[in-house]
Ligand binder design. Sequence first.
Ligand SMILES: *Cc1c(COP(=O)(O)O)cnc(C)c1O
Length: 402
Amino acid sequence: MPKKKSNAKNWRPATLAIHGRGRLPKAHHAVSTPIVHTSNYYFETAGEVEDFMRAKGQGKVTREHEYARYGNPTQQETERKLAAIEAAERAVLYTSGMAAVLLVLMTYMKPGGHIIFTGDCYRQTRDFATNFLGKFGIAHAIADPTAEAIEKAIQPNTNIIFTESPTNPYLRVLDIPAIVKVARARNIMTIIDATLATPYNIRPLELGVDVVIHSATKYLGGHNDLMAGVALGSSALMTDLYKMQRMIGATPGPLTCFLLERGLKTFGMRMEHHNRAGLAVAQMLEAHPKIEKVWYPALPSHPDHKIAREQMKGFGSVISFLVKGGNTETRSFIDALELFLITPSLGGSESLVTQMSTMSFFDYPEEYRKKIGMVDNLVRLALGLEDVEDLIADLKQALDRV
Ligand SMILES: *Cc1c(COP(=O)(O)O)cnc(C)c1O
């Protein structure tokens, strides 16, 4: 086949999500990536094993696969596409977003070190910090989600700043260039969990962040039907992550990778829809007499509106708000919804709703729940791919019944 000149470097995210950085030879000339369900891959001769091992010792890869814990063809193709979308040199896939968070931290944390997390961060990330980091001799701080608060929290032994943007449920948007500047001046590594933004809406690597993490369970997979996570960055930084992934076997199986790669084919279209739907619903809610307050970064009332407009292309489909009243009013609203399923998560085809105080934070003492803003009338919506008009009509009829 004559080699064609490629324009891949000019492609945009929706195209990259389908083609990666260009065409590679595919088994059987299949258009989709075949699912290879095998735990091991055989060699033809004993000599081939020796040649393979010798080359591997010299850092050369002479064949793609040997054992399933080390990876599978669908995973490799999906990592390639994710790296292309994020404009990263390399992507490493994991069995879940939290596997990505923990393995990235475990790879880069240092005994005697100090890690700064941003407040309003993902519940399980916060729990790992408060319940487990100490066992490894690592201190941490949880700073408000602003560049100033993060800078103030820096200690002489701080070696990682772990951020999240936008945060959840208050959708705080961090001033990433300001944080990167502070971190670089002190040789501190920056990691961001950008699950809520996706590479469609924010480009942290281009803003100087070292490692980006996504829960691919959310918008990247996009259909509420799989679990996966991904870390992305330079080849140099990904090398140790890749070693850890293979060692532990936090490698997603071929079917999960197939579903994720399939989901990516509609990534661009889905994100356009999510961004449009998010804005329309947030504006409707903010104007509604039964709503006390709305958090959505596109609204001028959001505390980080200015930063969000500078940094983000769109604002996604997660919206948080307070229903006027208390527990009773909030629950009657949620129970009156027809299209929204009561369940956590976000970024899929079905619209979801959660009352934050009962869903993700119920086991915290009430005092602490209030302190971190998980009040009873706080509702989070994660809009799906339904027609926006139908979602708005459903929300309005449910609010009428409060
Ligand atoms: C869901 C989520 C995670 C965890 O991802 P899983 O795939 O559920 O393990 C981490 N961070 C953020 C921001 C999330 O929304």
